[in-house]
Design a protein around this ligand. Structure first.
Ligand SMILES: [Zn+2]
Length: 220
């Protein structure tokens, strides 16, 4: 009975919220975020309105700070704060001899969370794609070659998706690195065809990493 009452009150509140344009706008914006539909967005907005001091203001400040200070590192493509050095490529306490090349920051986070890889990341910022008009100049490939040559890198692991674009990009990078001494390897066939790194479960990702195979850089 109590549950029903709460639902009735909440529905009433939601109906009132719907009539207010400012709130409607915020609900629409929040429901564009991944994993959130209009219902969750309404609950979030209500929570924010009811917790101005504790949530609303700190969140606005925190978002402003992220937009002001966070950018992609020009060297490795990872997100970094403009106020500090890049935690991925400029961290003097962590020295690695391996670089894992991924398409997006979401891919980097997936691999990081799985715990399968300990080394530097290099985030390309997408894939070479004729259909989406993304050329190799738009991706962070030149700086990858520079890092390989200057940072004593012994292995480059290509962790691009098992899509046509992902494999085309991997092939192009493999070709770019052929005059260096670095070993290039590619994730194993555990990757489903068309599989995007970001969407793989940890088990598949770990299998693909552990069974990666070296590439003859002159092949193809
Ligand atoms: Zn960096």
């Amino acid at each position: 009975m109590q549950g029903v009452l709460v639902l009735v009150i909440l529905n009433g509140l939601y109906r009132q919220m719907k009539d207010i344009p400012e709130i409607e706008d915020l609900i629409k914006l929040i429901s564009k975020l991944p994993g959130l539909g209009p219902k969750s967005a309404r609950r979030i907005v209500l929570k924010l309105i009811n917790n101005k001091q504790e949530l609303h203001k700190p969140m606005v400040n925190s978002m402003a700070s992220v937009f002001k200070n966070i950018a992609r590192c020009k060297n490795c493509g990872a997100l970094k704060s403009n106020l500090t050095k890049c935690n991925n490529c400029e961290n003097v306490e962590k020295k690695f001899n391996r670089i894992c090349v991924v398409e997006t920051i979401a891919d980097q986070w997936s691999i990081q969370n799985s715990g399968v890889f300990n080394g530097y990341f290099h985030i390309l910022g997408g894939t070479i794609s004729v259909s989406n008009n993304v050329s190799k100049q738009e991706l962070l490939i030149e700086s990858l070659e520079k890092r390989v040559r200057e940072d004593n890198i012994e292995e480059v692991i290509l962790a691009t998706s098992a899509t046509v674009e992902g494999q085309t990009t991997a092939f192009y990078i493999q070709n770019t690195l052929k005059d260096t001494n670095v070993k290039v390897s590619k994730l194993a066939q555990g990757l489903p065809v068309g599989g995007e790194i970001e969407n793989l479960d940890d088990g598949t990702l770990i299998y693909a990493f552990k069974n990666r195979r070296g590439i003859d850089k002159n092949e193809g």
